[in-house]
Design a protein around this ligand. Structure first.
Ligand code: EPZ
Length: 419
């Protein structure tokens, strides 16, 4: 296991290019199993552990996966020979559940390990399974596996009790090859879902209404291969925006869709950052100590839960008191106790963190617990006086493409060492 070493208090400046969106690429890789004719080609795929895990999952099913030096991935599902997603792979990456809908839609059966929880919460998939049953599948859960079978999925009206990103994605994918029409009410509307739907329609699907809370899918007989370039990663982009603010730096963040980061940009402006928005980039400058800002996470287009830990770190060195309310996951403040080790003043009760901004944090050995908590600790280390050592950085490698190299290029004193 590696660790990251950071010598802080170095204002970051320069420009950084954002990679493709993890949460766009993962469902698209899974959707490739539904192709009857041709292959799927995804351009500019981020170099992430979760992408590697998903390609391993598909390869062990018999799907041929090739990747070139430009990180373009080609997938040919014609050689598929099993419909099984084993625990060994699923336990390392919950989003493996996204093969369930596609396998059922194309092959009428699937055996997928229950994802299980993770550091941020129980992460149930009950809404996925209930919806698939409404579409005619018989679903049983035993010995830690979901076994689902159906002759042919049929269109249905699905009303999600709460918004679910992968729940919405799984049912949209399942519905593309179902008999009849499916409507999803209270659908999630994250940009990555719209990106998936554009990709599915290029494959011959008939999906409409995406980007709103009601999505309609008219089933078709088959899907064909296509080529697609996934969206830029709005969470990686937001993380670098906070890096500029927390180090009082000046960073140009390129290859983004500014509109997708609206909620984060608005909060950073409130904290005192100067932000210049261009067509596919933003420039974030922070000249003085940030002002404390209250945060409340919610489904898109509101403030994203995946940026909560990063903004919590910013509030730890901000001028004033703030509260951060986490409305999506039940245990997403694991970074708080590690930030306290660096001198942060945080009190967590229920789903609220109350923070009193400190003039400065002090570098310390800390432990990453989940993907976005790791990002929070890196940001705190960049701002802290002295050296911060972050253990278990495999968490960060799941969702950030070459993060230390990108940070080094804008002046960060960060290096990776074996534990
Ligand atoms: C997706 O997770 C993202 N992952 C997460 O990003 C993101 O934090 C999350 O959406 C929320 O935006 C991917 O897209 C691969 P949910 P997902 O279903 O779909 C409850 C990252 O850092 N729920 O939208 O698993 C659930 O417990 C990751 O990149 C049920 O109760 O999240 C949660 O409280 C972390 N039953 C809420 O809904 C279900 O069947 C929203 O979860 C499904 C979800």
């Amino acid at each position: 296991m590696d660790k990251l070493l950071i010598d802080g208090q170095q204002p970051l400046s320069g420009s950084v290019r954002i990679s493709g969106a993890k949460n766009s690429v993962l469902p698209m890789l899974c959707a490739s199993v539904m192709v009857s004719d041709g292959q799927v080609e995804l351009e500019n795929v981020p170099h992430l552990q979760d992408v590697t895990t998903t390609t391993r999952l598909l390869t062990q099913m018999g799907i041929s996966v090739t990747m070139d030096e430009f990180m373009d991935i080609s997938l040919d599902p014609s050689t598929i020979h099993n419909l099984y997603a084993p625990y060994e792979l699923v336990k390392t990456m919950r989003s493996s559940i996204l093969v369930l809908g596609p396998l059922l839609a194309k092959y009428g059966e699937a055996k997928v390990s229950l994802p299980g929880g993770c550091a941020i919460g129980m992460r149930p998939v009950d809404m996925h399974l209930d919806a698939l049953q409404r579409m005619g599948a018989s679903v049983s859960v035993e010995n830690g596996y979901i076994t689902a079978k159906v002759k042919k999925l049929k269109g249905a009206e699905i009303i999600f009790p709460r918004k679910s990103v992968t729940g919405t994605e799984n049912i949209i994918m399942a519905a593309t090859l179902a008999k009849g029409t499916t409507t999803i009410k209270n659908a999630a509307s994250e940009p990555e879902i719209s990106d998936l739907c554009l990709f599915l329609n290029k494959m011959g699907a008939k999906v409409s209404g995406f980007g709103s809370d009601e999505v309609t899918i008219h089933g078709v007989n088959s899907l064909k291969g296509t080529r697609h370039k996934p969206l830029p990663d709005r969470i990686e982009a937001g993380t670098f925006m906070v890096a500029a603010a927390i180090t009082r730096g000046d960073i140009e963040i390129n290859n983004i869709v500014p509109e997708h980061s609206r909620a984060v940009i608005d909060k950073l402006i409130q904290s005192g950052a100067e932000i210049k928005i261009l067509k596919d980039s933003v420039r974030v400058k922070m000249k003085k100590r940030p002002k404390a800002i209250n945060i409340e996470t919610n489904a898109y287009p509101f403030f994203p839960t995946d940026m909560q830990a990063q903004m919590t770190a910013l509030n730890c060195i901000a001028d004033g008191d703030s509260s951060v309310k986490e409305n999506i996951f039940e245990n997403r403040f694991m970074h708080a106790q590690e930030l306290v080790r660096m001198g942060a003043k945080i009190r967590v009760h229920d789903n609220i963190a109350e923070i009193s901004g400190s003039k400065e944090l002090l570098g310390a050995p800390v432990m990453a617990t989940d993907l976005r908590a790791s990002a929070s600790l890196i940001l705190a280390g960049l701002a802290a006086k002295g050296t911060t050592e972050i253990g278990r950085v495999y968490h960060i490698d799941r969702g950030y493409d070459c993060i230390e190299e990108k940070l080094q290029l804008i002046g960060a004193r960060i290096s990776r060492k074996p534990m």
